[in-house]
Design a protein around this ligand. Structure first.
Ligand code: SF4
Length: 377
């Protein structure tokens, strides 16, 4: 595992123009007044955390960060530059929903410093977008990508979701083929996860929509990874593919045992073995920033053992896997001696492989990653 010492900066923007029926993120409906106060609070939080250390990624996540005005994004990036030594070629990502996007806004976001855009497309089929409560169309998504390109954004990522209600393997392959036509540099393919009270569950019950059998979901996953590989992408993580050199540098910090600071309501941070999370509610966050009160809702110092287990848990999500020698040097633990017995059945069944000093999941192992990685939880 390569050691990445520069910090990643995550900025949470909790506003959306509509709430999707499957979404369990920390978000709420857009309110202009609250948004203005929130941006000021974010900037105050970033300045208050100034350490002037090296950082080389900024990730605006949400929510829908593209609901902020480009000049607000510019102010936040400026606060990051004042407070950290932000490298010249930093990756600055803006999560964007196709419905909020236009050529003019893309040009302004680019001028503000954004150099990577991640579009929440989810599907290229209209009926699937409607079932998910998304307010964009497939054509709007295609146009949004084109606008970003025209605006000079050369690093574009798309999110797609598989295993949607009523989705067949053919429907899924339609979306993957459309993605290949649109030709982003990076794509994230997520399996729909239905949390217990998701309104989508009620919609499904009411409309009689069902999910394809588990075996179909597994085939969808394996087929799409093969197909994307043939189209020139490489799978570098369980759910992520990229053109060579276009892997998400910010997210790699999460998977390669890196360090990051999160700003905004509900944002998580990890550094020097301490993990913390800011208060989740937007109003409370703003009030606390104004009052100069602590923003931390949770904080935990991980033991060296927990840090190592975490590094294995996240590192094995990568197709490169983890370097066992490196783990031994960093944490003083021989992974095979400590976990060999639990890992042996997975090695024997070909879900895990050991190549020299690297341990990694195979593609079929990735399908069962949650189960296999429990060894480290
Ligand atoms: S746009 Fe994204 S963050 Fe907002 S409600 Fe939909 S899924 Fe959730």
């Amino acid at each position: 595992m390569a050691i990445d010492t520069a910090l990643g900066l995550y900025v949470h923007v909790p506003f959306c123009s509509a709430i999707c029926n499957y979404c369990n993120f920390n978000r709420g409906l857009f309110e202009a007044g609250l948004k203005d106060r929130y941006v000021d609070a974010l900037i105050a939080e970033i300045r208050g955390a100034a350490t002037y250390e090296s950082a080389d990624t900024v990730f605006f996540g949400g929510g829908t960060p593209s609901l902020l005005e480009p000049r607000e994004i510019a102010r936040i990036i400026a606060a990051c530059r004042e407070s950290f030594a932000l490298a010249e070629h930093s990756e600055i990502t803006l999560e964007t929903n196709p419905e909020t996007s236009s050529l003019e806004r893309m040009e302004q976001f680019r001028a503000a410093g954004v150099n990577r855009v991640s579009f929440g497309v989810q599907s290229f089929r209209e009926e699937e977008l409607k079932r998910l409560g998304r307010i964009h169309t497939a054509d709007r998504a295609r146009a949004a990508v084109q606008e970003a390109r025209t605006a000079g954004i050369v690093n574009i990522s798309l999110d797609l979701m598989m295993w949607l209600p009523q989705q067949t393997r053919e429907h899924w392959s339609d979306s993957v083929e459309s993605l290949i036509e649109v030709a982003p540099e990076h794509a994230s393919l997520y399996l729909l996860e239905l949390y217990p009270n998701a309104p989508l569950k009620e919609d499904m019950a009411r409309a009689g929509w069902s999910l394809a059998p588990d075996d179909d979901a597994a085939e969808m996953y394996l087929w799409s990874m093969d197909r994307l590989e043939r189209a020139g992408y490489w799978q570098y993580e369980i759910s992520n593919v990229a053109r060579a050199g276009r892997e998400a540098r910010h997210n790699l910090k999460y998977w390669r045992d890196g360090q990051w600071l999160g700003f905004g309501c509900g944002a998580h941070s990890t550094r020097d073995g301490v993990r913390w999370k800011n208060v989740s509610a937007t109003e409370e966050y703003v009030t606390r920033v104004l009052a100069g009160a602590s923003l931390r809702a949770e904080e935990r110092r991980l033991s060296p053992r927990e840090r190592m287990e975490d590094a294995l848990f996240t590192g094995l999500r990568l197709t490169e896997g983890v370097d066992l020698t490196d783990v031994r040097h960093r944490y003083g633990v021989d992974v095979m001696a400590a976990y060999g017995e639990s890992l042996a059945p997975h090695l024997a069944s070909g879900l895990l492989v050991r190549e020299g000093d690297r341990l990694r999941l195979t593609r079929s192992g990735m399908l069962l990653a949650n189960e296999i990685l429990q060894v480290f939880v």
